[in-house]
Design a protein around this ligand. Structure first.
Ligand code: RTP
Ligand code: MG
Length: 156
């Protein structure tokens, strides 16, 4: 898309517990893709918070493993902004399963930093509607001008 036809979007990126030590490389990948980081924080999700965040998957066979994994250590959540940010960030992430991602020619984030279908280094909102919900989850606008969300999440 050219500059006139493209659309500025926001999306929610999460660096999952298995890739938090790779934050430097990951932020470089974000900027190399033409996106910018407009909000960021590190936190640790309780099991309940992880289950709330991934509630769309509550009936899936992998749900308990997923909740256990994303609440197993700190995560870094970011608001990313840029042209077509939702799809651009998911392209940077690569295929959901890191072992599949490694078969691609391109060195995606999940190919480089993830392990398998569950431990896969990163998350990206899958639509603009999901992005709105997920950004509100981690960066609630109802907090006004007070520090974001300090009561809800334990910082690391
Ligand atoms: P995400 O939501 O984390 O960005 O990943 P995604 O859209 O590419 O994949 P999704 O289908 O939404 O799955 C959410 C997360 O659940 C874990 N998962 N495990 N078969 C499995 O073991 C399995 N399938 C999915 C992954 O952590 C995946 O990112
Ligand atoms: Mg998803």
């Amino acid at each position: 898309a050219n500059k006139l036809g493209s659309q500025k979007e926001r999306t929610l990126a999460m660096i999952k517990p298995d890739a938090v030590t790779k934050v430097g490389d990951i932020i470089q990948m974000i900027y190399d893709a033409g996106l910018i980081v407009t909000k960021a924080r590190m936190t640790r999700l309780s099991g309940k918070q992880a289950a709330d965040f991934y509630m769309e998957h509550q009936s899936k066979s992998f749900f308990n493993n997923l909740v256990q994994f994303v609440s197993s250590g700190p995560v870094i959540v970011m608001e990313l902004m840029g042209d077509e940010a939702v799809s651009v960030w998911r392209k940077v992430l690569g295929p959901t399963d890191s072992s599949v991602a490694r078969k691609d020619a391109s060195a995606s984030l999940r190919a480089q930093f993830g392990t398998d279908g569950t431990k896969n280094a990163g998350h990206g909102s899958d639509s603009m509607a999901s992005a709105a919900r997920e950004l509100e989850f981690f960066f609630p606008s109802t907090a006004g001008h007070s520090p974001p969300n300090t009561a809800k999440f334990s910082d690391c």
